[in-house]
Design a protein around this ligand. Structure first.
Ligand SMILES: [Zn+2]
Length: 168
């Protein structure tokens, strides 16, 4: 295996994703955004001053900052079940990958995972964690996944069908 374990690939449609999990209802600490009715909102003045690209960047930053504790908690929850001890957890842009785990044990998840339901986030986390013990997609790997997480295939199917729409 090379530098990182790559698993999930994303297609790239030009589809505007919705942001409505209701899980990100806390008010942002930045001056860029606010939260109303459980939805993240970017201040109009910011959009006008930084344009669409800047607005997208603000959303990405929001997901990365607000999403880290959420992802880290899921990693901690499933790591013990999987019998592994991952290193540092990061939420960042991983291009076409949903997750990667590095040779030093660090775990990285794409910030776009945060736009998926928690059950789907869990499947990405468990998939990555199980690669710490099995570097390939062998039968032993899938057995480990099934042991840690029920209904993995249904969650994976959600990601396959809708993951490409997780765009800003
Ligand atoms: Zn994999």
């Amino acid at each position: 295996m090379t530098r990182a374990q790559a698993c999930r690939k994303m297609r790239r449609p030009a589809c505007a994703g919705t942001f409505g999990s209701g899980c990100y209802s806390s008010t942002s600490k930045t001056n860029h955004s606010s939260s109303r009715d459980g939805r993240f909102q970017l201040l109009r003045t910011i959009i006008e001053s930084v344009g669409r690209e800047g607005a997208q960047q603000a959303f990405e930053t929001f997901f990365q900052i607000k999403g880290l504790p959420r992802i880290a908690a899921r990693v901690a929850h499933f790591a013990s079940r999987a019998g592994v001890a991952p290193g540092k957890v990061q939420v960042k842009d991983l291009a076409y990958r949903w997750a990667a785990y590095l040779p030093n044990g660090d775990l990285q998840l794409h910030w776009k995972c945060l736009m998926a339901p928690l059950t789907v986030i869990d499947s990405v986390v468990v998939h990555a964690l199980c690669h710490m013990g099995h570097r390939d997609h062998s039968e032993a790997f899938w057995n480990a996944v099934d042991k840690v997480l029920q209904n993995y295939r249904e969650r994976k199917e959600w990601l396959r069908q809708r993951g490409a729409n997780l765009e800003l």
